[in-house]
Design a binder for this molecule. Structure first.
Ligand code: NDP
Ligand code: 2IT
Length: 446
């Protein structure tokens, strides 16, 4: 790290949070952008804003016992890290994946603070989840797990306190079971305590599509700033979950062609364009694997060897998980002529890969800006719940597009202000940080 004071603070974070590599990585990425900010604003240092930002306001870890379909008792670990509430109630998703541990939840919660600040909406940062693996579990097992998870979590959350939503492994089905259990325990139809709800029970139009659509709206702005458009572009999208599917849908609507997607079993290439109706059927209805898509599409094939980043593309959208695009893969993207990488997922590009892209002049949109459309639309869902209203698809999508345009312009303007034109990552980190830091100063030492 170039700045020695920031290096000392970063070392303290590592010492205080041993073994949490992803959290360290997320903190470093933000600190790497902040040297000119702390130089210009000594008041942040005087009030220990950075140290306070890196220490979650509250961390909850709990046992989640449940019974599987054979009658065997299973134990998982549940987490909710309430990171920062300077701007509003803690807000962020829940992730159910076997890799979840405190370091993952803290990296996601830390990122969420700045992302949520960038939206300009009144939401603080938090994240939660469990090492539960929903893959291969029956609906009844998932329901019992969600009910047990909420039986502990309910006492910590609420419309004005902490508002969870989905993330990896948590979609409409899980949100339904979680909402149902909260309603049952509290005897309150408190719609605004959870977002990503179904359209007939308090959910918002466009929330399901929002993260993927928002990422593509952000890229559309990047293209437009460079005098270009999606028309005729080849696009590669990793993952095939909520974010990936709706990113692919919006790319197709804007005239691009998505030629590859993936899941944890491998990647699929279809030169004429991935067929979304088939992919949705395989992923959203059957909960199937990449090979099930290939089986139904004669012109599609599983990629052999390497990774999805070997597929030549003008635009790459990593939409699966953290650290899924490394230095060597970034070099391949560059060699194949890729011009834009935008993160639909959280922290999918390793720091070394980000450097490769920057050195090659590839435009890079960090997740905390590019994928903020999901949480922004969650905040729109909260607005609708608070006013007992529900908006049309068209109106909500317009709001999302306007929010993404605002974030794009704020990133660029902030990068310009600090003499780093075109550096979206620095712009996002600095704009998100100053927004939350100013609120923290106003609220005193708490
Ligand atoms: P989903 O569970 O719907 O989909 C995740 C996709 O990524 C699946 O295709 C999955 O494959 C793949 N994947 C997950 N983990 C791994 C892994 N360890 N290795 C390889 N592939 C993996 O999740 P989302 O689409 O909701 O989330 C994707 C990313 O977007 C995450 O980083 C999340 O934090 C981020 N995000 C999500 C938002 C949302 O609103 N949902 C908002 C902003 C960011 P498989 O099924 O084989 O596991
Ligand atoms: O990473 C994210 O921004 C999300 N998973 C969505 C959070 C939310 O509260 O909608």
């Amino acid at each position: 790290m170039a700045d020695s004071k920031l290096q000392v603070l970063f070392d303290q974070v590592v010492d205080r949070n041993p073994g949490e590599a992803e959290f360290h990585q997320a903190v470093r990425e933000v600190f790497d952008s902040l040297a000119p900010v702390v130089a210009k604003h000594p008041e942040y240092t005087d009030a220990a804003v950075l140290q306070r930002l890196c220490e979650p306001e509250r961390q909850i870890i709990f046992r989640v016992p449940w019974t599987d379909d054979r009658g065997d008792v299973r134990i998982n670990r549940g987490f909710r890290v309430e990171f920062n509430s300077a701007l509003g109630p803690y807000k962020g998703g829940l992730r159910f994946h076997p890799s979840v541990y405190l370091g993952i939840v803290k990296f996601l919660g830390f990122e969420q603070i700045f992302k949520n600040a960038l939206t300009g909406l009144p939401i603080g940062g938090g994240k939660g989840g469990s090492d539960f693996d929903p893959k291969g579990r029956s609906d009844a097992e998932v329901m019992r797990f969600c009910q047990s998870f909420m039986t502990e979590l309910y006492r910590h959350i609420g419309e004005y306190t902490d508002v969870p939503a989905g993330d990896i492994g948590v979609g409409g089905r899980e949100i339904g079971y979680l909402f149902g259990q909260y309603k049952r325990i509290t005897n309150r139809y408190e719609s605004g305590m959870l977002t990503g709800k179904g359209l007939t029970w308090g959910g918002s139009q466009v929330r399901r599509e929002a993260t993927g659509y928002g990422t593509v709206f952000f890229v559309e702005q990047m293209l437009s700033a460079a005098g270009d458009s999606f028309d005729g572009k080849r696009v590669v999208v990793s993952g095939s979950g909520n974010v990936a599917i709706y990113a692919m849908e919006k790319v197709a609507q804007l005239g691009g062609t998505v030629v590859a997607f993936s899941d944890s079993s491998g990647y699929v290439v279809e030169e004429a364009g991935i067929d979304l109706a088939t992919l949705k059927e395989v992923k959203e209805v059957q909960r199937g694997r990449a090979a099930d898509y290939v089986e139904r599409r004669p012109d599609a094939a599983m990629g052999s060897g390497g990774s999805i980043w070997d597929v030549p593309a003008d635009i790459a959208l990593p939409c699966a998980t953290q650290n899924e695009l490394d230095e060597a893969e970034a070099r391949v993207l560059v060699r194949n002529g890729c011009r834009i990488v935008a993160e639909g997922a959280n922290m999918p590009t390793t720091p070394a890969a980000v450097r490769v892209l920057a050195d090659a002049g590839v435009l890079f949109a960090p997740g905390k800006a590019a994928n903020a459309g999901g949480v922004a639309t969650s905040a729109l869902e909260m607005q609708q719940n608070a006013s007992r209203d529900s908006w049309t698809f068209e109106y909500t999508e317009e709001r999302l597009e306007e929010i993404m345009r605002g974030i794009h312009d704020r990133c660029l303007a902030t990068a310009d202000e600090y003499g780093l034109p075109g550096d979206y990552a620095a712009g996002a980190n600095i704009a998100g940080f100053t927004h939350v830091a100013d609120a923290m100063l106003a609220l005193g030492v708490i």
